[in-house]
Ligand binder design. Structure first.
Ligand SMILES: [Zn+2]
Ligand SMILES: [Zn+2]
Length: 260
C-alpha cells in the first residue's frame, strides 16, 4: 500500500466529495493519509476527519503563509498534539513567496513549533518556500534534528536536501516531480537515499501529470511514486514498499493503529 504523507482533505474542494475521494484511495491502494492542520481555527475539521476514518491521521500547526490567524503557544501545541490521531507538529516553516519582507513573526512561529515538537516528541512537518537558508538555520538553532520529520512538498536543490537529510529529516516529493520542467526536483528524486524518501499529494493543490491543473486528491499519489520509479529505474512496487516502510519508521506506532 501507498501512504499520502500530506494532504488537506478538509479543504472545500475535497470535503464536498469525500466518499469518492476515499473510494479512489482504496482503488489505488493508498492505505493511509495524513490530513495536515494549517491553523487552529480549522483544526476541529481536521480532527473530525481523523476521528471518523481509521486510516486518516492528523497534524497540528499554523502554516507560515497565514498572517491573520490565532498565534499558538508551545503549551497549546503540545496539548493539542496529545490527541490520539495527531501524529506530528505542522505544517510549519517559512514562506517568503507571499511575504517578501521575510517577517520576524514567521520565524518566531516556526521556533514555537520546533519547541513544541521537541516537548511532545513528535516529528515536524516542514514547509519551506524561497526561504531555505533561514529554514535550515532555525532547524539547527532550535534542535529540530532531535525529533526529525518531513521536508514536505520538497522543491529545493539537492544541496538543501542533503542538509535536511543530515539533520535526520525525510524528503517528501509531491506531484511537482511529474512536471516536465522540474529538473532540480527530478534530480532530488534520483539522488535521495531510497530509505529517506516519502510521497505526498499536498491535495487539493499540485495535481500530478496526467491530471495537472485539476483538483488533486490522495489517490493520485500513485503518479508520484510511478515517476520516482521511472527516474530511478526501479519497479513501481519497490518505490511503494520503500516509501511506506519509511513512513512507518518515522511513525512507528501507526502500523498497529491501521485497520489492515
Ligand atoms: Zn505546505
Ligand atoms: Zn500543505
Amino acid at each position: 500500500m501507498l501512504v499520502d504523507s500530506h494532504c488537506h482533505l478538509n479543504f472545500p474542494d475535497l470535503a464536498v466529495n469525500l466518499p469518492q475521494i476515499l473510494a479512489l484511495m482504496q482503488h489505488n491502494e493508498v492505505g493511509c493519509a495524513v490530513c495536515i492542520g494549517v491553523n487552529l481555527e480549522d483544526l476541529p475539521e481536521v480532527l473530525a476527519l481523523a476521528e471518523a476514518h481509521a486510516h486518516i491521521f492528523a497534524s497540528v500547526g499554523v502554516h507560515p503563509e497565514y498572517a491573520d490567524v490565532r498565534e499558538p503557544s508551545v503549551a497549546e501545541l503540545v496539548e493539542l498534539s496529545a490527541h490520539p490521531k495527531v501524529i506530528a507538529i505542522g505544517e510549519t516553516g517559512l514562506d517568503y513567496h507571499w511575504h517578501k519582507d521575510a517577517p520576524e513573526w514567521q520565524r518566531e512561529r516556526f521556533r514555537t513549533h520546533i519547541r513544541a515538537a521537541r516537548q511532545s516528541r513528535k516529528p515536524l512537518i516542514i514547509h519551506t518556500r524561497e526561504a531555505a537558508s533561514d529554514t535550515l538555520r532555525l532547524m539547527q538553532e532550535e534542535g529540530a534534528g532531535q525529533v526529525g520529520g518531513i521536508m514536505h512538498c520538497f522543491t529545493e536543490t539537492w544541496e538543501v536536501a542533503q542538509m535536511a537529510l543530515d539533520l535526520g529529516f525525510y524528503i517528501s516529493l509531491s506531484g511537482i516531480v511529474t512536471f516536465k520542467n522540474a529538473l532540480a526536483i527530478k534530480e532530488v528524486a534520483r539522488r535521495t537515499p531510497l530509505d529517506r524518501l516519502l510521497v505526498e499529494t499536498d491535495a487539493p493543490y499540485l495535481a500530478p501529470a496526467p491530471h495537472r491543473g485539476k483538483i488533486n486528491q490522495p489517490g493520485y499519489v500513485k503518479y508520484v511514486a510511478e515517476e520516482i520509479a521511472r527516474l530511478r529505474g526501479l519497479d513501481y512496487e519497490a518505490v511503494v514498499s520503500a516509501t511506506t516502510d519509511n513512513f512507518f519508521r518515522l511513525f512507528p506506532d501507526l502500523r498497529t493503529k491501521l485497520p489492515l
